[in-house]
Design a protein around this ligand. Sequence first.
Ligand SMILES: *[C@@H]1O[C@H](CO)[C@@H](O)[C@H](O)[C@H]1NC(C)=O
Ligand SMILES: *[C@@H]1O[C@H](CO)[C@@H](O)[C@H](O)[C@H]1NC(C)=O
Length: 433
Amino acid sequence: MSQLKQMSHLDNIPSTPGKFKMEKRLRWHSSLAKLTFWSFVFLGLIFIFFFLSPSSSSLPSDPSRRSLRTYSWGGPAWEKRVRSSAKVRARNGISVLVTGAAGFVGTHVSAALKRRGDGVVGLDNFNDYYDPSLKRARQALLERTGVFIVEGDINDSELLRKLFEVVAFTHVMHLAAQAGVRYAMENPSSYVHSNIAGLVNLLEVCKSANPQPAIVWASSSSVYGLNTKVPFSERDRTDQPASLYAATKKAGEEIAHTYNHIYGLSLTGLRFFTVYGPWGRPDMAYFFFTKDILKGKSIRIFEAPNHGTVARDFTYIDDIVKGCVAALDTAEKSTGSGGKKKGPAQLRVFNLGNTSPVPVTDLVSILERLLKVKAKRTMMKMPRNGDVQFTHANISLAQRELGYKPTTDLQTGLKKFVRWYIKYYSAGEKSAQ
Ligand SMILES: *[C@@H]1O[C@H](CO)[C@@H](O)[C@H](O)[C@H]1NC(C)=O
Ligand SMILES: *[C@@H]1O[C@H](CO)[C@@H](O)[C@H](O)[C@H]1NC(C)=O
């Protein structure tokens, strides 16, 4: 908001301070003083403007402005809610801080952990990258299961330190991130804010916590970028990201390596492959295809050069949740304390995919059958702005180490998604925006 005010101030100041020159010589001195004064004000404002303004856009959803939002947290009642949400009920249960808890995967993982008796505290900034009312609905769902979502930003170290002061979390499930591949061209700084600055901030607080938690976090299949060797294995090269999103996730993996190496933090990165299902993200193709097909709007389907197939290794949310929980359960303790490393700690990366890529055109056909509506298809060349042609996970490592075994095919998973979608958007006057 303050930036907007500064902008309008700037508008009121002539761009050429020379206009202030007075014709009357008598007033020369006072006008020189005024000129100097206004020049300083002008320069000062330019200075402030450049330092506070996001480098690129001034969208209403700009993350820098988002981060200026003040969240209210703290106080005895707040601490009581946090403690009660973190209460472990199962024998050998764990206490987990779930970041991005009002997100798609975050909600499902939080609910699953709570269900089996673990302590769970959520954290989410409820930003407006997509319709926040969906996040609020997920929050309400979690509240009914006893999970409290703290409203705040992972980039707020004071808040994170406070949370660790109130609860000695054994684990952190870090899912908060700026997602989406194409949005990075609109708002690059939001990726840096969440996926880089936010991650570093979180790891800083975790390394200083006593005891240090073990951390499982969401990387992405997009780190494989322009890699053409399929299926993608964890050892394949990941140094050719095709989007800023992918680059920040790849950077996250390197940052994880550093904190593991220097501070003995136990870190597990999960490379998710196109996760879908009920309560999903409206910015994903299966979601907005459903919306547009139902509205009779035409949908744009990308094809690769020479009419090549674009395919995705769609992975159903319940399978992903099992992988996340198994990663938490098999995570070894961090070895450091008070910011000092005591010995080597666990560092892992796993693919969590479905091992069966499906062409996007088949996805549309399945949706047509489930919705009983014919889609208006518009085929388009895939723009070179971050999307890759093909993803296919080799999951043998996760299978071996986590017992990960996806069981839901796309047809079955989409059926559950569509059932949820129709129920959710026909209840009340909610509309998918
Ligand atoms: C949050 O991240 C930004 C980078 O996007 C950084 O400049 C800022 O200082 C951080 N703010 C807080 C409260 O940590
Ligand atoms: C899958 O990855 C494992 C290593 O985790 C490797 O041994 C195996 O050869 C890979 N399979 C394929 C088909 O690439």
